[in-house]
Design a protein around this ligand. Structure first.
Ligand code: MG
Length: 375
């Protein structure tokens, strides 16, 4: 069945309206969240979908992902056998540098297509399932903290137990004020802190030491991605685990990060690693070096959440939960045919074929800025 040929590749560049502004250390998102959706079609009429979730200040642009898929990756995919997934991914890695989100979308679509043809979930193609649910973390990142207080009430009502406070985008006093308010008014939440590279090397030691006194589960990426020496210094300065995010994209970065001792753990994202199998490699390198792993994400729609969920379901080394909150708490409307499932503060791993839920093509067409679709 996997001998069948891939006959088509369709693309949509979407602008999805969002509910709130999000400020992170290195930039903001306001108005809309832009993602690229790829659909592969095969001879039998089967389809597989993938999402490239980009952010220009972090991983790259939606325009670059669209061009990577449309111009450089399309000729490597159309006409190939569904069975050739590993060879197609290897060819894509050589055909276009960077564009890790486009490669994640490609592998998601190939896995979804394979799973639908074989009537098996993507997690089974990635090694089998080690968990049925994943604890959800939601980020607190609105520059208007009172709006986030409303969100905190909603999260508490929904039994979400993990939150990640985004810090380093305004000033230290604002960060400390919010940590104090959360500790006082919302003591039931377990708190993580993420600077998204927002601190200068001059300010980082004192500010990170202050924040560590609140004993969050971890502190993530205080300084710029390339400042490995400062990451190592901060790690050695505090008792709270230090996580690397922007410093570690794929297995190559993870190997260097472990060698140079820059972190106690890593935020793993399929959009950084360039695919689901490479994300699993990052987790295994981390674990082999005694480092913990967290299921991070970008500004995503539900389709990318699904791909990340299947990857984490099949990767026992990722033990710190996930942050697939955008479909439920950030987008005005998600793109899936049925909602991305979060129950009682836990992401529920789908058991249906492929990724388990398809995007609604009418919504893809409605939110498209650009598309290249041949029906
Ligand atoms: Mg982060």
């Amino acid at each position: 069945m996997l001998e069948e040929t891939i006959t088509g590749l369709d693309l949509w560049h979407l602008a999805l309206p969002v509910l709130s502004r999000r400020d992170h250390g290195i930039g903001s998102v306001e108005g809309s969240c832009e993602v690229v959706i790829v659909r592969l079609r095969s001879e039998s009429g089967a389809m597989g979908f993938g999402e490239a979730s980009t952010w220009s200040v972090f991983t790259g642009t939606p325009e670059a992902s669209y061009a990577a898929l449309n111009r450089y990756i399309r000729p490597l995919v159309v006409g190939r056998r569904v069975a050739d997934r590993a060879a197609i991914m290897e060819d894509a890695s050589k055909a276009v540098a960077h564009c890790t989100e486009a490669k994640a979308a490609l592998e998601s679509a190939l896995l979804d297509l394979t799973g639908r043809i074989l009537n098996t979930p993507v997690w089974a193609l990635l090694g089998g399932k080690c968990r049925d649910t994943i604890p959800l973390s939601c980020s607190i990142a609105d520059p208007d903290f009172e709006k986030d207080v409303d969100l905190l009430h909603r999260l508490r009502d929904d039994n979400v137990g993990l939150i990640k406070l985004k810090t380093g985008f305004k000033d230290h006093a604002f960060d400390i004020m919010r940590l104090e308010r959360i500790a006082k008014d919302f003591p039931e939440f377990r708190v993580r802190v993420d600077y998204n590279q927002g601190l200068s090397i001059e300010d980082a030691p004192a500010q990170v030491r202050d924040v560590a006194t609140f004993a969050p589960d971890f502190i993530e990426q205080p300084v710029r991605f390339h400042q490995f020496d400062m990451m190592a210094k901060l790690r050695n300065m505090i008792d709270v685990p230090l996580l690397a995010d922007e410093s570690v994209f794929g297995p190559e970065d993870m190997t260097r990060a472990a060698r140079e001792g820059i972190c106690d753990g890593v935020s793993i994202k399929i959009m950084k690693s360039g695919g689901l199998t490479r994300a699993q490699s990052v987790a295994r390198i981390a674990a082999a070096n005694g480092l913990s792993a967290y299921g991070g994400d970008m500004f995503e729609a539900g389709l990318a959440h699904l791909a990340g969920t299947h990857m984490i379901a099949a990767t026992p080394e990722i033990k710190l939960g996930c942050e697939f909150y955008q479909a439920s708490y950030f987008l005005k409307e998600d793109i899936l045919e049925s909602p991305f499932v979060v129950e009682d503060g836990q992401v529920v791993v789908p058991d249906g074929p492929g990724l388990g839920i398809k995007p609604d093509v009418a919504k893809l067409n409605a939110y498209a800025i650009t598309k290249t679709v041949s029906e």
